[in-house]
Design a protein around this ligand. Structure first.
Ligand code: 4AD
Ligand code: MG
Length: 434
């Protein structure tokens, strides 16, 4: 029996007879010759069935799309083929003949996704070539995240998901019943990471985050993954430096290790190759000026929505960090700037090509009295933050951190048109099936 080989390794088996175990992705036939696209999770390969070269019953096999099949044949080098090889089929076996596939090939390959057909069939949609490519890019980004922080001496420390209080405002909390009392799904592990940074120095978390956001946009999910570093003795400038190095690293890793997937996405890689430091940094005030000049209807003190961010990034071919926002539009934990106490020492990093905010971060308020005052001003219950205030009583130090949204980053790098395609099973406004 020929050796089982994964499609991604076929290039090392040119001239050999091999076995591929996968699914029939696509097919076309022209009389005496059939072209089958087989996928096996590691890639796609064209398999050619020639009538005169296979037994009659093999040529007559006509399994529907997505049938599971085992194909045996000779690996041939072919420079035009994606992956550089194709298979000349000698034998084929149908493992299970699929029923009529609920996602027609046309819908599956279309650049404009028919979401009414696709979203309720996400469990099958994930098999489509582009969805496969996006999930492979996501995997590379996730590995790059872990490598980056590990290599720089950050300790991964996982904060809880069930929490008694909010971090990022009370309007987007998912409430649940915790032994008869209300608890909330975590919006951010930040407050816990601050405690952990006072033990471990440089820490990060990487996990799911929940926001009951009533927005139906191409960049909001109710459940998304966030990576959050937090470092003791880091000032704002240090954390912005780290964020820029981090984003450059992730982009370059995907370019280096996922070229086939980027090609399947039709991604313009030149735009990604440009993502090298230095990036851009501007103040909130300058951002407002720029928007006004471009005719946007904004006033000093406004927060930026998707439209403003899209307009702002038009001028930049690399990420831009917007720094020093008015304190009224930012959360209670951000440190007030000494030079201008109406501002906080924060940054939002916006990605180019219309993506907008991928990172939110800041230096944290490390003074007990000022923090207490900010909690009161925000009308938050002081008792549930007592432990957090404690951190300012026992060896308080300047410290800073940020959160990067993984799905927005995947969307930007992969070129996916909507955030719902960047996570295996998106949780969207009022949509939780499948
Ligand atoms: O700006 P945010 O709300 O920051 C925080 O949560 C801080 N506590 C993080 C920290 O400093 N440790 O969220 C950070 C990032 C955003 O920039 C965005 O990329 C992503 O999380 N994000 C979302 N992604 C998808 N869907 C949503 N509903 C998101 N909300 C935030
Ligand atoms: Mg933010």
């Amino acid at each position: 029996m020929p050796q089982h080989v994964y499609i991604q390794d076929l290039k090392n088996h040119v001239g050999e007879e091999v076995e591929i175990r996968g699914w029939l992705y696509n097919k076309r036939s022209s009389g005496k010759i059939k072209f089958l696209i087989i996928r096996d999770g590691t890639g796609f390969v064209q398999s050619v069935v020639v009538k005169s070269e296979v037994p009659e019953e093999v040529f007559e096999m006509d399994p529907p799309y997505e049938s599971s099949v085992i194909v045996r044949g000779i690996v041939r080098a072919d420079r035009r083929a994606p992956g550089g090889v194709e298979i000349t089929v000698k034998d084929m076996e149908i493992v299970q003949e699929a029923g009529e596939y609920p996602i027609p090939a046309k819908v599956r390959e279309s650049n404009i996704p028919d979401v009414d057909v696709l979203l309720p069939r996400r469990h099958l949609w994930v098999r489509a070539r582009k969805q496969w490519a996006i999930l492979r890019i996501r995997d590379e980004i996730e590995k790059a995240i872990v490598d980056f922080f590990y290599d720089r001496g950050f300790t991964r420390a996982d904060p809880p998901i069930l929490t008694p209080a909010s971090v990022e405002g009370t309007t987007t909390l998912f409430e649940t019943d915790y032994f008869g009392k209300p608890a909330y799904l975590s919006q951010s592990g930040q407050l816990y990471l601050e405690a952990l940074a006072m033990s471990l120095g440089k820490v990060y978390s990487f996990g799911p985050t929940f926001r009951a956001e009533r927005s139906k946009t191409r960049r909001h999910l109710a459940e998304f993954w966030m990576v959050e570093p937090e470092a003791a003795y880091f000032r704002l400038e240090d954390i912005v430096d780290l964020a820029e190095e981090f984003v450059e690293y992730i982009v370059q890793r995907v370019l280096e290790r996922r070229p086939l997937e980027l090609e399947i996405m039709g991604r313009d890689v030149k735009k990604l190759e440009r993502i090298r430091r230095p990036f851009y940094r501007i103040t909130y005030e300058e951002a407002i000026e720029r928007l006004k000049k471009k005719g946007m209807n904004v006033e000093y003190g406004d927060d930026f929505g998707a439209d403003e961010e899209k307009t702002l990034v038009e001028d930049f071919d690399k990420p831009v960090s917007i720094m020093f926002y008015p304190k009224e539009i930012k959360p209670f934990y951000m440190k007030i700037d000494q030079e201008d106490p109406t501002k906080v020492r924060n940054f939002d990093m916006l990605a180019p090509e219309g993506i907008g905010e991928i990172i939110g971060g800041s230096e944290r308020e490390d003074d007990y009295d000022k923090l207490l005052q900010r909690i009161r001003e925000a009308n938050l219950p002081v008792d549930v933050y007592e432990w957090y205030l404690d951190l300012r009583k026992y060896g308080s130090v300047p410290h800073s951190g940020f959160g990067l949204g993984v799905e927005r980053t995947v969307m930007w790098i992969s070129g996916a048109s909507h955030i719902r395609e960047t996570i295996p099973f998106p949780r969207l406004l009022e949509k939780i099936y499948p």
